[in-house]
Design a protein around this ligand. Structure first.
Ligand code: AHR
Length: 496
């Protein structure tokens, strides 16, 4: 069937900036997320620059990754930064306790991470160990990285090959401190945060945004206690993590491919909860920080399925289909809506882990549907939010009723007006009439990402089946834009 709907754009009422950082990535020492996925070593036959894969770097540069979070995740609260500096063949091998007990060779450490971030043109976002280390360990790592002086830590960095300080614009003080980061109560974490913060020494050498470890999904109590006990002078942002599971059940999450129509709708239902989760955390933040100084960083989000059969359950390897691209775009539209507070988001994770942009197999690499959703939304990076009134008719499947689509609009840095529409249904085309109000547009052009099967994916070594193509379903007619959006698709158009 075809769903008919209307929308009104208010181009004359520009809102906040949509930070480019909501298009951020997260790369943890987990499975093949770093080793094989990013780091192959200088002696590898796989083309690399100083050990970092050229194909992966080129692909990430093309989607303008603005920020990359590292080294975890749960890994961060066991990470010993000293293990990852100095001659690589002398670095210790540790056990990666959180992720399959796999050997952690420390071949990829601080210098390699910053090299990677610099090669892809992304800002660095470090997560420091709060759960099992001390404020001294944190302070020394930051000084090692950022000191321009003649102290021993700066000298050691220089001896290890880096003269100029690294740029560290973002630092997370712990990760999931309510869980793998130390199983703390919000009261206890608040005290720990305050103690670590005191030795953080935010100053000209270390101007980093201080990010407090935030809530698990909808748990606003965490946000409430931390905001109250830490306040908006000692932190610059607080995070929140929310993952999309088709079943909503951690014991049996659901498969990445071969899922049912109902599972598609269940997945959309759970992913759209992001809107309410953000709204509720923001309401709590507004109470403690009405000046809106503290940003809300969704520094882990994305789909989480049962791992692919035959793979290490601790390596979180999953395939990525059209459904993931639709999930990604639906979340982007939600992030835009909350742009005033939501100033960063980091999808989990960049390569070979969870909702990845890229999957690799030896020398081979494939770009996932999610990668292409990120690519299509590049014009929204640092754009200005434009209100778009929509009321999406509901679609039902089983006991689920979800909006048939979600959408957002913005004025891009190039001066064009961009409109993104995500059709969340499996079978229904959408006929959307957008009243452009004061916007005078002469030309419309754009791209669509869709496929005939709802679990279509790109296969390693084969022609891509899910990639954006020219969108032919847009027509300008006076002050109106008529869009014909196919079922299960992502559309982005630019108006000029
Ligand atoms: O992204 C995988 C894991 O999910 C992270 O390490 C952790 O922070 C979260 O529980």
């Amino acid at each position: 069937a075809t769903i008919t709907a209307e929308a009104t754009l208010h181009a004359d009422q520009p809102g906040p900036q949509i930070s480019r950082y909501v298009y951020g990535q997260f790369s943890e020492h987990l499975g093949a997320g770093i080793y094989d996925g990013v780091w192959v070593g200088e002696d590898s036959d796989i083309p690399n620059t100083r050990g970092i894969r050229n194909d992966v770097v080129a692909a990430l540069k093309a989607v303008k990754v603005p920020v990359i979070r590292w080294p975890g995740g749960c890994f961060a609260d066991e990470y010993i930064w000293r293990d990852g500096i100095g001659p690589r063949d002398k670095r210790p091998v540790r056990k990666n306790n959180w992720w399959g007990g796999s050997p952690e060779t420390n071949r990829f450490g601080s210098h390699e991470f910053f090299d990677f971030a610099e090669q892809i043109g992304a800002d660095a976002y470090l997560a420091v160990n709060v759960g099992s280390a001390t404020p001294t360990v944190m302070r020394e790592w930051i000084e090692y990285l950022t000191s321009p002086g003649e102290d021993d830590l700066a000298r050691e960095r220089r001896r290890n090959g880096r003269d100029q300080p690294f740029k560290v614009p973002f630092v997370g003080i712990g990760n999931e401190s309510w869980g793998c980061g130390g199983a703390m109560t919000p009261e206890y974490y608040s005290n720990e945060y305050r103690r670590f913060q005191e030795f953080f020494h935010k100053n000209a050498d270390n101007p980093a945004v201080r990010v407090a470890s935030g809530a698990n999904g909808s748990n606003t109590e965490w946000t409430d206690v931390v905001m109250k006990n830490v306040g908006n002078k000692r932190m610059d942002a607080i995070s929140v993590h929310y993952y999309t599971l088709p079943t909503g059940d951690w014991k049996k999450k659901g498969a990445a491919t071969g899922f049912s129509r109902q599972e598609w709708y269940d997945t959309m239902h759970w992913t759209l909860r992001m809107d309410e989760i953000l709204k509720n955390h923001i309401a709590v933040m507004d109470k403690h920080d009405p000046e809106k100084i503290v940003g809300l960083y969704v520094d882990e989000w994305g789909t989480w399925y049962d791992v692919e059969e035959g793979t290490n359950p601790g390596h979180l390897y999953q395939l990525n289909t059209l459904r993931d691209a639709v999930v990604a775009a639906a979340n982007f539209n939600i992030f835009h809506k909350h742009a005033e507070r939501v100033r960063m988001a980091n999808i989990a994770q960049t390569v070979n882990v969870l909702q990845a942009m890229i999957l690799t197999d030896g020398a081979k690499m494939v770009l996932t549907p999610t990668y292409y959703a990120f690519k299509m939304y590049v014009p929204f990076q640092d754009s200005v939010y434009l209100p778009l009134d929509v009321s999406a008719p509901l679609v039902t499947s089983g006991n689920r009723a979800i909006p048939s689509f979600n959408a957002s609009a913005a004025r891009g840095k190039d001066g064009k007006t961009y409109l993104a529409v995500t059709n969340l249904t499996v079978d229904d085309d959408l006929s959307l009439s957008v009243n452009l109000g004061s916007l005078q547009a002469r030309k419309v052009s754009g791209e669509v990402l869709t496929a005939s099967k709802m679990d279509a994916l790109n296969e390693m070594g084969a022609a891509e089946t899910v990639k954006p193509v020219v969108f032919k379903g847009a027509k300008l007619n006076g002050g109106k834009l008529a869009l014909r959006i196919p079922a299960k698709s992502v559309v982005v158009v630019g108006l000029e």
